[in-house]
Write a protein that binds this ligand. Structure first.
Ligand code: ACO
Length: 381
């Protein structure tokens, strides 16, 4: 059989999913049946999670039980906390600390891989433990790294509000909580992106969700995937003033560098998530009474897209989700080093949903490779 190699699996369909649909030509994203523009600003993160895991928005009683069950899983074990303290002492990167912290969730959660039936019925419990633990891991590590003691989770606060509380020790203003919740809903799931695919591949072997999510965190960390918003904001700050945008970005492109926050494997038009996040950021900066950074970012975006058209004609390089992630999270008050970990706080919802979906109709992933090495070598020559 003729085998065609597609670098990066571009255009290859590797799964069926009812979780999200990405139309790269039209610039449309549907999550659990809702357009991202419809879902992001209306749902709580718990409602979005319920939609992904169970296929529908919960009624009031279901939501209250679901929210309570999730909140009950937030505490970390003493051993995990000790691991985070060790990582902070060596100034480990926050995403590396998160990856190790996620792996250590096994200390209190044993999935019995041998007993498939029982294991499948406990997979959602394992998923809940992971989704609940990630914000606690991120917030605790952030504080330890800054020489502060971690703050215990508050079970009376919802997922987004509790995350902000664990970072600062203060209840976030409702506008900040809503801004964060809109962000979490916007990036929760996005088809078969690299980290989600990694999670599905890992769980398809029949292993546990902790292993799958540990691998996904490692994949998200890469600068081509979840590591872009920090550098995107750094670029806007480095530009500083509107008239510097063109020479600055042109110099980057002349050196063959990539503009962070632009380009996407699937989207050939502006990422619809950029529109949702840019609207939310605009609302935020307007409320705060200082539009300067937002207006500079809009200008940088316009110049970047124009220059990308000039330097990479025909590539259709447009703004991706990371550009306005940076602006919104900065507006909410999160420092740059929390941008990618906060992406994980959201995306762990999508990763776990994909794992549960994969397990419902599992077949182990096993693609092929084309051998391009030598043959017929003789030993000793
Ligand atoms: N700036 C400059 N040039 C770019 C950019 C960019 N942001 N993105 C792609 N290109 C160029 C490449 O250099 C290449 O040009 P060439 O053919 O002349 O060598 C061409 O466009 C195609 O690039 P590929 O890497 O083949 O495109 P791919 O689909 O593999 O990459 C990716 C997509 C990784 C997102 C890329 O656009 C990129 O690196 N963007 C910057 C990083 C970024 O913003 N990442 C976040 C993505 S969103 C997310 O993961 C949540």
């Amino acid at each position: 059989m003729e085998q065609e190699f597609r670098p990066g699996l571009e255009g290859v369909v590797a799964a069926e999913t009812a979780l999200s649909s990405v139309d790269g030509a039209a610039g449309e994203l549907v999550i659990g049946g809702y357009a991202v523009e419809e879902l992001a600003g209306n749902a709580t993160f718990e409602e979005t999670l319920h939609l992904l895991w169970r296929g529908r928005i919960p009624d009031r009683d279901e939501l209250s039980r679901f929210t309570g069950a999730l909140a009950a899983q937030r505490e970390l074990s003493a051993a995990t906390m000790e691991l985070l303290r060790s990582a902070a002492r060596t100034e480990t990167d926050p995403m590396d600390a998160l990856r190790m912290g996620v792996a250590s969730v096994s200390l209190v959660l044993r999935a019995d891989g041998a007993d498939r039936e029982r294991w499948a019925s406990t997979a959602e419990t394992e998923a809940a433990r992971l989704v609940a633990a990630v914000p606690t891991l991120v917030a605790a590590y952030h504080r330890l790294r800054a020489g502060l003691e971690p703050i215990a989770p508050r079970p009376d606060l919802n997922h987004a509000a509790n995350y902000l509380f664990m970072l600062t020790g203060e209840e976030g203003h409702p506008a900040r909580v809503r801004g964060l919740e809109t962000y979490l809903n916007t990036v929760v799931d996005h088809g078969l992106n690299a980290s989600t695919f990694a999670a599905r591949v890992i769980v398809s072997t029949g292993t546990d969700l902790v292993s799958a999510i540990t691998g996904a965190v490692g994949a998200l960390k890469g600068p081509l995937h979840g590591g872009a918003p920090g550098p995107a904001l750094d670029t806007v700050f480095a530009i500083g003033e509107g008239e510097r945008a063109e020479p600055y970005l042109r110099a980057l492109l002349e050196r063959g560098e990539r503009l962070m926050g632009f380009g996407h494997r699937i989207y050939k038009v502006r990422d619809p998530r950029a529109a949702v996040l840019s609207r939310e950021a605009e609302r935020f900066y307007r409320q705060a009474g200082d539009m300067a950074l937002y207006e500079l970012a809009r200008h940088v975006e316009a110049v970047a897209v124009r220059l990308l058209g000039e330097y990479k004609p025909g590539r259709c390089l447009q703004t991706n989700v990371e550009f306005y992630t940076a602006l919104l999270l900065h507006g909410i008050g999160l420092p740059v080093e929390l941008f990618t970990p906060t992406f994980a706080v959201s995306r762990v919802g999508g990763w776990t949903a994909h794992c549960l979906e994969q397990l419902r109709n599992n077949r182990i992933f096993r693609p092929q490779s084309v051998y391009v090495g030598p043959t017929g070598l003789t030993w000793g020559e």
